[in-house]
Design a protein around this ligand. Structure first.
Ligand code: FES
Ligand code: FES
Length: 172
């Protein structure tokens, strides 16, 4: 059970599942999920962008659904499952989305990439065969200044084919 902040309380405690591992965490109760991931847990794969809910760089999965971690209080994550880009690979192998992004030039400066990867994973988990319009819509909150998006859409489609061939790769 989360310990909620009171006037004199300097830290909050939660227990949640981060990339498949039970994690206990103490932190300043005003912090966002983005802040505790990067500052308290050293998970810097999730990027700090606008902090206004406009760029998607900070996207992670909360109970399997994409959220903007700059807009979620860490306290809200007690007892829940968080997946960041660090949790996408497993058993020493990249997720098919990561392979496809690397192969097709869908990650250039890479700043938007972690948020796009986890958002695309949520899409493919929910809908294994999305059309281009569904991919475009799912990623519409993730801004990319480098690629023009075409390589990103193509990489998601390539990963979709690979996942269908090899079976689902998933970290809860
Ligand atoms: S940093 Fe969260 S949406 Fe931009
Ligand atoms: S690859 Fe640079 S912002 Fe998307």
């Amino acid at each position: 059970m989360a310990t909620f902040p009171i006037e004199s309380q300097k830290t909050a405690q939660i227990r949640f599942t981060l990339n498949g591992e039970e994690t206990d965490l103490s932190f300043a109760p005003y912090k966002t999920l983005l802040e505790v991931l990067r500052e308290d847990l050293g998970h810097t794969g999730t990027k700090h962008g606008c902090e206004l809910g406009e760029c998607g760089a900070c996207a992670v999965l909360l109970d399997g659904k994409p959220v903007l971690s700059c807009l979620v209080l860490a306290l809200e994550c007690n007892g829940r499952k968080v997946l960041t880009v660090e949790g996408l690979s497993g058993d020493g192998r990249l997720h098919p989305l990561q392979d496809a992004f690397a192969d097709l030039g869908a990650a250039q400066c890479g700043y938007c990439t972690p948020g796009i990867l986890v958002t695309a994973k949520a899409l493919l988990d929910a809908n294994p065969h999305p059309g281009r319009d569904q991919i475009r819509e799912a990623l519409s909150g993730n801004l990319c200044r480098c690629t023009g998006y075409l390589q990103i859409f193509e990489a998601v489609e390539a990963a979709m084919v690979k996942i269908a061939e090899n079976g689902k790769v998933s970290v809860e």
